[in-house]
Ligand binder design. Structure first.
Ligand code: HH2
Length: 281
């Protein structure tokens, strides 16, 4: 039952010898799960850190299916207070953006991780900004999405979803390496729900372990997503906590080093039990 994964170097000062919890801070009016709900950003940040978040992922533009994009300036105005509050706690701060200008400002404000759901394809300056993160001891997360959030859920098709997502991520890691970003500072993420049907998501979860062969850290972001609603009949995203914890647990069991979750407390509790049985202290 014990996992045997290749040892991975620490990122952003965090050892990767146990699954790390990335807590989600969506400062958006329209995120699919918690859009518009956060009223006191500093209090929310403090709460998530106290609950056990190792990383906070701050996003100002929703990437839910069908979402519209917003100007970089507006996105920055949304995320800046949350970044400031998070940096002040000492937690590792991740900026969830597709825009190079937003990522660069986040880096200057103390963010250490550039989480890009477009795997640095949306903005032509993103590759060089990701290199700046790496040069300063930070990291970049490259996620697979079939296409833009606007259209990605319109009849997604693959011949072999696992193989195609793997090949895409492998290629993006190569592009990053060619730009001077070492694989040890790259995280790959198959992008649950980004241009995937229920069957695709299940296949990816089942085969999550194969992504370790790319040679980077693996992140799983399944929290409160639609597929959990489909499997459980729960339409309200915020009510999908138990299904989300199960998905995070599956991720941990398959060696995902980073779990991106809304429900930090519940996930931390599940991982504490799992880790004890695994002999991880
Ligand atoms: N999912 C979302 C946003 N960013 N980043 C990574 N690396 N992986 C993910 O799976 C991922 C992500 C979408 O979820 P959420 O942030 O809850 O919603 P929204 O985009 O509507 O704000």
């Amino acid at each position: 039952m014990t996992l045997h994964l290749p040892a991975r170097a620490p990122i952003c000062g965090l050892s990767m010898d146990r699954p790390r919890i990335m807590g989600i801070v969506n400062v958006t009016p329209d995120s699919f799960s918690d859009g518009g709900r956060i009223t006191d950003v500093a209090a929310r940040v403090t709460e998530l850190v106290a609950e056990g978040a190792d990383i906070l992922d701050i996003g100002g533009e929703s990437t839910r299916p069908g979402a519209d994009t917003i100007p970089a300036e507006e996105e920055w105005d949304r995320v800046a207070p949350a970044i400031e509050a998070a940096v002040a706690t000492g937690v590792v701060v991740s900026i969830d953006t597709r825009k190079a200008a937003v990522a660069r400002r986040a880096l200057s404000s103390g963010a250490r991780l550039f989480n890009d759901v477009s795997a640095l394809t949306y903005d032509r300056d993103s590759l060089s900004v990701a290199k700046e993160f790496a040069d300063q001891g930070g990291a970049v997360c490259l996620m697979h999405a079939l296409s833009d959030p606007k259209t990605m859920q319109q009849n997604p098709r693959y011949d072999d979803v696992l193989r195609e997502v793997y090949a895409y991520l492998e290629d993006r890691v190569k592009v990053a390496a060619e730009a001077g970003i070492p694989p040890e500072q790259v995280i790959v993420d198959p992008g649950i729900g980004f241009g995937k049907t229920l069957a695709h998501n299940i296949e990816i979860l089942r085969g999550l372990g194969t992504f370790h062969d790319i040679g980077c850290l693996v992140l799983l972001g399944a929290s409160r997503k639609r597929f959990i609603g489909t499997l459980t009949g729960e339409d309200v995203a915020a009510e999908r906590v138990h299904g989300s914890v199960a998905a995070a647990q599956i991720g941990a069991s398959l060696g995902a080093q980073i779990l991106r979750v809304h429900d930090v407390k519940a996930t931390a509790q599940a991982l504490a039990v799992w880790s004890a049985v695994q002999g991880i202290t």
